[in-house]
Ligand binder design. Sequence first.
Ligand SMILES: C[S@@+](CC[C@H](N)C(=O)[O-])C[C@H]1O[C@@H](n2cnc3c(N)ncnc32)[C@H](O)[C@@H]1O
Length: 304
Amino acid sequence: MPSRRSFLSLMAAASAWQALAARAQELFSPFVGSDPENVERMVKLAAPSSGETVIDLGSGDGRIVFAALKDRPGVRGIGVDINAGLVAKANAAAGAQNLADRAQFLHQNVFDADLGKVDVIFMWLFPELMRLLRPKILAQARPGTRIVAATWGIGNWPADVTDERPGNYTTVRLWHVPARIEGAWEWEVNIGGINHRFEALLEQQFQQAEGAVRVGHRRQLIQSAKLQGRNLQFLLSMTLPGSGYTGMSYSGEVRGDVIEGMIEVRPPAPEGEELETITTLRLPWRARRSTTIGYFAPTGTDIS
Ligand SMILES: C[S@@+](CC[C@H](N)C(=O)[O-])C[C@H]1O[C@@H](n2cnc3c(N)ncnc32)[C@H](O)[C@@H]1O
């Protein structure tokens, strides 16, 4: 057992080390206030609306949070910063502007910030720090959360919107946190009285989605997939056993293990009829995450 004296000196060393670590991180991305024009660009791109909460990771004197709240009465703001002096200054400024009920600044390391309840994440940190925050953002932020960052990107995650201005070397970028769609999914569609069972395998890299679908013994790749936040869209044109070559445009909202939306179905033209005479059907779409990968039928299984 360590003596009380050695325990106390251990504690003192630990807290000194913590203070040094905090100072090192602060120096890693020191306070430099964003240029007012860039603050305005960031807030404009984020477009926070009433009922939403924004957070600035490394909030400095609070200028981005204050700009996001200005003229938007229903918006709430949180700032986190590792520098206690800046946090105190930002909270005092919130009080002076009668914003203390909507703006709160926390003395916190960005890696400890709660990202699960915010709608917009602002960042203007050193590129290493922004890149290191990527897994935390993808794990904690809700699908659809907007990220707006100045100057640097977030590694190889392509931005959804890039704002570049002539004569201003700061690029401002916007990303939407994508829903997780990777894995096996299944759904049914009834076309002309025939029930078709779809088994899909989807893959994703951030907002880029790809996938393959099987219906009976037919297989096809999905095309033009777009994933923005919770919204997924793709095209699928394939021969459906018993129905013929069918074009389908899917759009739906990903809610955990379910995707719900619509399918626009263009059934094949009956023999002798022009394709233009065929009316497009709008059918409800409900896909479920599947525990088995139905895309691969076991060898020897009759799937006709
Ligand atoms: C470049 S300034 C940006 C300030 C403000 N967002 C703006 O654009 O005006 C970076 C801020 O991040 C803070 N910071 C650096 N590392 C941090 C960390 N690990 N956790 C929280 N804040 C940090 C610094 O103290 C500094 O205030």
